[in-house]
Design a protein around this ligand. Structure first.
Ligand SMILES: Cc1cc2nc3c(=O)[nH]c(=O)nc-3n(C[C@H](O)[C@H](O)[C@H](O)COP(=O)(O)O)c2cc1C
Length: 178
């Protein structure tokens, strides 16, 4: 791993307070370009990305206590959201149940991480949102049939330096087989 990518990984932290500043289209394009370069099982690329710039829709998703699962920090304002979706049938077609229940999730997770690291490199902050009411948000976004939302990402310019919560030490989570 090059020093550069490790620096970026260290730079990324969940950002939950954003400046009231629009994210430029060129930067959004870069995030999406990074997203589709993620690996996916069998290169099935089951994903679809919904870029939510519309303030009303963002506000609907982030202020509804049901859809946002009572995450009060969203009241600070969210400039941009990306819903990372996939059609699990696309993965299931080649890989059956494992594709549907595992690969589609892994593919979208890899895309999310690519987006977040690229954002960090562009001076943007992000937060991965897993706690939302999928049915409620799918309705709000008028999601196409067959698609599921696997994760949401908030994006914007960080309003303050955020602290990274600590990690378990390597000795707790790694086992070598020599
Ligand atoms: C699958 C997943 C779901 C998450 N869901 C939420 C969420 O709903 N709301 C939130 O504020 N943060 C959420 N996070 C962010 C984590 O809380 C955060 O990544 C973790 O505390 C580590 O902090 P760091 O991202 O600053 O390193 C989620 C992260 C992951 C990977």
């Amino acid at each position: 791993m090059s020093e550069e990518i490790l620096d970026l990984i260290k730079k990324r932290k969940s950002v939950r307070k954003y400046e009231e500043k629009e994210v430029e289209d060129e930067k959004i394009e870069k995030l999406l370009e990074a997203a589709i370069l993620a690996p996916s099982a069998g290169n099935r690329q089951p994903w679809k990305f919904i870029v939510i710039k519309d303030e009303d829709i963002i506000s609907k998703v982030t202020s509804d206590p049901v859809s946002r699962f009572n995450q009060g920090w969203m009241d600070n304002g969210v400039p941009l959201m990306i819903a990372v979706c996939a059609d699990p049938k696309v993965s299931a077609k080649k890989y059956g149940d494992r594709g549907r229940t595992l690969y589609a999730i892994q593919d979208t997770a890899a895309a999310i991480q690519n987006i977040m690291l690229t954002a960090a490199g562009l001076g943007l902050g992000t937060c991965w949102i897993g706690a939302f009411d999928e049915v409620e948000v799918s309705n709000m976004l008028e999601l196409e049939p067959g698609l599921r939302i696997y994760g949401m990402i908030t994006v914007g310019y960080p309003a303050k330096e955020s602290k990274r919560p600590s990690r378990k030490p390597l000795s707790d989570v790694v086992r070598y087989i020599d």
